[in-house]
Every structure is written in structure tokens, then in C-alpha cells.
Design a protein around this ligand. Structure first.
Ligand SMILES: Cc1ncc(COP(=O)(O)O)c(C=O)c1O
Length: 263
């Protein structure tokens, strides 16, 4: 998980061209944790499908703009193409926003406990709330919290696949920001359309597991994860101890059936 230095980027861009617009997707932090316009961005947008809604029962987007003239141009486009939100979705979104602070608070307090557990169990964890994150100071210079999305590697793709499949409470899905906890393998799911060589060039580990932490009881989430991790360890032992297969009779690895959401 890499943190972008928004003030530095905005200063560099505006120095190079004062008319250039710096646009930030702030979905992962939500407005309760970070305000990109006050960090120098010109436009900040959110997939309101995620934290703002909080319940995965609508699809929406929010665009926040610093300059009225830019806002007028965006409004003109939205009005012209008719992509404004329907009344019922607007109602659901406004209702979701009322509990944003409570949800994010709980999601973050669950996330840090899960990140600490995984790190103490020997996994390499990416979460800006941990002291081990190399950009923790930069993150907290911009945001009020670490958010509730983290990832970890296991060192073995099959082990990661087994862990994801073995969870019961964590739903297998690519989204985040919902009250339910979700688990996914980006290289098999959300980032599967990116060619493998590009994923490698961008240093995206194939065994990476992403956790999007919800508001459930953290002990239940930890129990389920511990059970899934144990299933993953078993899978790894099975692979290591099984006799080698000759390349001519080796079957191509089975695609993981992760695309089915279990929400
Ligand atoms: C960071 C981020 N921004 C925007 C989007 C787009 O969201 P939507 O599905 O609401 O269009 C996604 C979707 O996963 C996302 O992860």
C-alpha cells in the first residue's frame, strides 16, 4: 500500500502549470479521515458506493470541487447526460452518511487489531496504522486515521488462495467500505485484467491478500481468520510433501473461483 504525497504533488503540478487540475480519488479514506481539497487538490471524488453508503446497497459517486467555475462545468455535464442520482438512492446515501463516523471508527479499531495480529503471526502486512509502514508519518501528516483496508502476503499463491477460500465470515468480494468484512486476492480478482508482466513491474505480489475490515465483533473476525490461516498452512504442507509431478503430465493450475461474491 503506497501513500501518495498529495501536497508535494499538488505544489509540483501547480508550479509547472497553474491551470492544471489535481484530482484525487479519496474513496479509501472517506471525507471523515482526509480532505484532499485542503491538501492542495482541485477536485476530490469518492465512490459513494463504499464508505459513504456503508451498506453496499447503492451505486453512487460524489465530486467535491474547489473552484466554482470548475463545479459549474461538471454540473453542466452531469445535467446534460442525466447521470444524477435517483431519489431513492439519494435517500439511502444520505442515511448512510449519518453513520459514517461511527462505522469508520469501529472499522479502524478492528483493522489495527487484525493488522497487529497478522504481523505478530509473521506475515508481511501493509497498513499505514502499523509502525512498520515506511510511510506512516507521511500518511498521518495528511489523514486523521489509517482507514480499514489492509493487505498481507503469505509467500505462496496456493496458500493465499486456500486462506481466502477457507474464510466463512469474511465475504469474498473486491469492494470495500461496507459494514461487512471482505477478503480478496487482487491479482486473481480486481487486478486480474492487468497483464501479469505489468503487475510484476508495479511490484504487485501475486500472493497478496486484501482485507477490508467491517464492523463485526473483532474476536469473530480474528477467529475466522486464524482458522483460514491454519487451512492455508495445511495446504502449503500438502504441496511441499506431495511427490513432484513431471512437466508433461502437470495440469495447468485451476483458476480460483473467487469471482463469486458471497455477500
Ligand atoms: C478507489 C476506488 N475508486 C472508485 C471506484 C469506483 O467505484 P464505483 O463502483 O462506485 O463506480 C472503485 C471501485 O472499486 C475504487 O476501488
Amino acid at each position: 500500500m503506497k501513500i501518495a504525497d498529495i501536497p508535494t504533488i499538488a505544489n509540483l503540478v501547480h508550479a509547472a502549470n497553474p491551470d492544471a487540475l489535481v484530482i484525487v480519488d479519496n474513496t479509501m479514506m472517506s471525507p471523515i479521515l482526509m480532505n484532499c481539497l485542503s491538501l492542495g487538490a482541485d477536485i476530490e471524488f469518492h465512490s459513494a458506493t463504499k464508505y459513504l453508503s456503508g451498506h453496499h446497497d447503492l451505486m453512487a459517486g460524489v465530486i467535491a470541487v474547489k473552484d466554482k467555475a470548475v463545479a459549474d462545468r461538471i454540473y453542466f455535464i452531469i445535467n446534460s447526460i442525466g447521470c444524477g442520482l435517483a431519489p431513492f438512492d439519494s435517500f439511502l446515501l444520505l442515511r448512510g452518511i449519518k453513520t459514517l463516523a461511527l462505522r469508520v471508527d469501529r472499522q479502524q479499531s478492528n483493522a489495527i487489531k487484525i493488522a497487529q495480529f497478522l504481523e505478530s503471526a509473521g506475515y508481511r502486512v501493509n497498513y499505514p496504522g502499523l509502525d512498520s509502514h515506511p510511510q506512516k508519518a507521511l500518511h498521518f501528516s495528511m489523514a486523521k486515521g489509517a482507514g480499514a483496508v489492509l493487505s498481507f502476503t503469505t509467500g505462496d499463491i496456493q496458500k493465499s488462495e486456500r486462506i481466502v477460500e477457507a474464510t466463512k465470515l469474511w465475504g469474498i468480494s473486491v469492494s470495500f467500505g461496507c459494514v461487512n468484512s471482505l477478503i480478496s486476492m487482487p491479482c486473481n480478482m480486481s487486478h486480474a485484467s492487468i497483464p501479469a508482466e505489468v503487475r510484476k513491474a508495479r511490484a504487485l505480489p501475486e500472493d497478496l491478500i486484501r482485507l477490508c475490515v467491517g464492523i463485526e465483533d473483532v474476536e469473530d473476525l480474528l477467529d475466522d481468520l486464524k482458522r483460514a490461516l491454519a487451512a492455508g498452512e495445511k495446504e502449503q504442507k500438502k504441496v511441499i510433501t506431495s511427490p513432484p509431478v513431471s512437466s508433461s503430465s502437470a495440469l495447468p493450475s485451476q483458476p480460483l473461483l473467487l469471482a463469486t461474491a458471497r455477500l
